[in-house]
Design a binder for this molecule. Structure first.
Ligand SMILES: *[C@@H]1O[C@H](CO)[C@@H](O)[C@H](O)[C@H]1NC(C)=O
Ligand SMILES: *[C@@H]1O[C@H](CO)[C@@H](O)[C@H](O)[C@H]1NC(C)=O
Ligand SMILES: *[C@@H]1O[C@H](CO)[C@@H](O)[C@H](O)[C@H]1NC(C)=O
Ligand SMILES: *[C@@H]1O[C@H](CO)[C@@H](O)[C@H](O)[C@H]1NC(C)=O
Length: 392
């Protein structure tokens, strides 16, 4: 019987490896164990090597069960032009912290083209590291759960990421990335657990994301252009943020952020709604052509905010005028409630005032009272009904 089964499997494998067919590499065939305790890192890396070297489209299958993976980096370029990670089970990180080492990455891809991840869960088991950080002890920085660097044409679809030590998903120096239907969860007090971080990347689309975490739901770093964000639920979390930018010292300019659309979002009990934040260093750069459209705010501390004196610890703040110029930022159709009286806050740089800011159809209240707007070095126009009244 077992032999018959084996034959059957072999013929199946043969079928799958016919030229043009999609070859399937099941990580259990490479020794991975769904017991949550055996380190399956070597198995998953061997499955990757086989898929990457395949001349055909290839699928790496992570079946149901918990697969412990100490750390895995997958690098290209690959022979296969389309590699799919089909995850049914959960990939779990080692318990405790420090086990992942100092690379800052747990599961990572670099120099790949045409990789897609579909379904499944990543469990970063970040709790021990957060406790260390929250206790103010000296702890490692931690590792982001899933990182793509220097890659093209990437799709992440229906993935769940829970309890990352550091960021959940990082997209760095990539071109053409779609993140669709992801579910991200970590406690509201877990430090530095940004949901999705995009930096030095172009053509990234994030749609239909449900993000509950301890830091920014989505953060957008320098060098990002043509970013589209749509249908995102955020909360708890620190909102959707462009920045922080301009942290480094010196006169070196930083690659700007341009052409960003953030559309149809809901913020629930978050620290911020839609935010642009830059440090008060003189470091030059630009943020331009940003649209925040159709957002619902529910009890959000800073629903609309540009903070050009960003300094979260309030210690050793640079206290200079920000060198980042913010221009052409549109806020359209932003409704709901603010948890503080200042619902619209534009604190811009004295040397690089915000320009071309536009407010249209805004309706934000504060505990059934009037909310306020605050403007410093901010210029632009308001149109339609704008409540609280614009101070631009
Ligand atoms: C992107 O990758 C997919 C496979 O994931 C492939 O089918 C598609 O042709 C690629 N598109 C481009 C423009 O390379
Ligand atoms: C802005 O980005 C979007 C994708 O988010 C893209 O479709 C559009 O062409 C870009 N606009 C310009 C002027 O580059
Ligand atoms: C910012 O944009 C302006 C206008 O496009 C440009 O002249 C300037 O060089 C840019 N600055 C930086 C630091 O990129
Ligand atoms: C920046 O300003 C704050 C408050 O005004 C002050 O406490 C801090 O010492 C200043 N930091 C520096 C580096 O000057």
């Amino acid at each position: 019987m077992a032999e018959l089964m084996h034959l059957f499997l072999l013929s199946l494998l043969f079928f799958y490896s016919l030229p043009g067919a999609n070859a399937v590499y099941n990580i259990q065939d490479y020794g991975a164990k769904p017991d949550g305790t055996t380190d399956s890192a070597r198995s998953i890396i061997r499955a990757w090597a086989a898929a990457c070297g395949s001349a055909q489209p290839a699928t790496i299958h992570v079946p149901t069960g918990n697969f412990l993976v100490s750390q895995a980096s997958f690098s290209g370029p690959c022979k296969s032009a389309a590699i799919k990670f089909w995850i049914e089970g959960t990939i779990v990180a080692p318990a405790g912290y420090g086990a992942i080492g100092s690379s800052g990455k747990w599961i990572s891809f670099s120099k790949v083209d045409g990789v897609s991840i579909s379904g499944g869960s990543l469990d970063g088991r970040g709790a021990a590291l957060w406790s260390c950080k929250l206790a103010g002890r000296s702890c490692p920085t931690g590792a982001s759960s899933l990182t793509f660097t220097n890659s093209k044409n990437v799709t992440i679809d229906g993935l769940t990421s829970i309890n990352a030590e550091l960021f959940h998903i990082v997209i760095l120096r990539c071109h053409g990335v779609t993140v669709n239907g992801v579910n991200i969860r970590a406690p509201g007090n877990s430090p530095n657990t940004d949901g999705i971080h995009v930096q030095m990347s172009t053509g990234v689309t994030i749609a239909q994301a449900n993000i509950k975490t301890g830091d920014d739901c989505i953060s957008v770093g320098p060098g990002t252009a043509h970013l589209w964000i749509e249908r995102v639920f955020c909360g708890p979390g620190h909102g959707i943020s462009i920045g922080s930018l301009g942290k480094g010292q010196g006169g070196l300019s930083e690659e700007g952020v341009e052409n960003v659309t953030v559309k149809t979002t809901t913020f629930f009990g978050t620290q911020n709604g839609v935010r642009i934040k830059t440090w008060g260093t003189g470091r030059p750069g630009n943020v331009s052509r940003v649209v925040f459209e159709n957002a619902v705010m529910k009890n959000v501390q800073n629903p609309i905010i540009i903070d050009q004196n960003y300094c979260p610890t309030k210690k050793g703040c640079p206290n200079k005028s920000s060198g980042i110029k913010v221009s052409e930022v549109k806020y359209v159709g932003i409704h709901g409630t603010s948890a503080t009286q200042v619902a619209v806050n534009f604190d811009c740089s004295p040397s690089n005032p915000c320009s071309g800011i536009s407010l249209q159809d805004i309706k934000l209240s504060y505990q059934n009272q009037r909310a306020h707007s605050y403007c410093k070095h901010a210029y632009g126009i308001a149109s339609g009904s704008v409540v609280p009244p614009s101070c631009l």
